[in-house]
Design a protein around this ligand. Structure first.
Ligand code: GRF
Length: 206
């Protein structure tokens, strides 16, 4: 499978995926494209270092969001992409785009959805006084930070935590969870059944 990762910023999740690929965790798949809406994203440097093609789309250069989405679609088709992985991509994709790639587009969110949706999942959980938050990987649907949940893991918010220390703990979980889910997708083990995702694990031979 050909994988495209969509980014806007630091790209630590992209790096985790690159590293997992290098370790041979998705042997029949390859990250062949990194798409960024931010020309200054550090993620682009990570992609360059790993020898991955980069495609920068700057929203203000397009007359409409549809035209912006179309430019991405054109590139995705040209590169024969099978899986889209949103990794800190900060732009909302249009309904047509999301429909087109339903079941083939993943997102990672730094909270336990459906709690703390939106762009500030870590901060909102921290400020709420919650004692537990976490990480969610889900299929993307039209509604923001919704869609069938594939995997979740909780992270404790301890008394000594700051937003920064909480963010570090969340990132550590993200960097393990996202490659695991991408591997399951590439092995065709994820099946959407209505609102839920079934993970088909190999049956034990014992
Ligand atoms: C991650 O925390 C992810 O959950 C959220 O955006 C952040 C991206 O971080 N969607 P990075 O660019 O991968 O370091």
């Amino acid at each position: 499978m050909n994988i495209a990762v969509l980014v806007s910023g630091n790209g630590s999740n992209l790096q985790a995926l690159i590293d997992a690929e290098k370790r041979g965790e998705f042997p029949k798949s390859k990250i062949t494209l990194v798409i960024s809406d931010n020309p200054d994203a550090h993620a682009l440097k990570r992609a360059e270092k790993a020898g991955i093609d980069r495609f920068v789309v700057i929203a203000k250069n397009f007359a409409s969001t549809e035209a912006f989405d179309e430019a991405i679609i054109k590139k995705i088709e040209e590169k024969k992409i099978d899986l889209l992985v949103l990794a800190g991509f900060m732009r909302i994709l249009g309904d047509k785009f999301v429909d087109k790639y339903y079941g083939r587009m993943l997102n990672i969110h730094p909270a336990l959805l459906p709690a703390f949706k939106g762009a500030h999942g870590v901060r909102d959980a921290f400020e709420s006084g919650a004692r537990t938050t976490g990480v969610t990987v889900h299929f993307v649907t039209k509604e923001l930070d919704s869609g069938p949940i594939i995997s979740q893991e909780s992270v404790n918010i301890d008394h000594g935590d700051t937003i920064d220390s909480l963010e570090k703990k969340i990132h550590a979980v993200e960097h393990r969870l996202y490659p695991e889910v991408v591997r399951l997708f590439c092995e065709e083990k994820l099946k959407i059944e209505g609102e839920k995702v079934k993970i088909c694990r190999r049956k034990s031979k014992i």
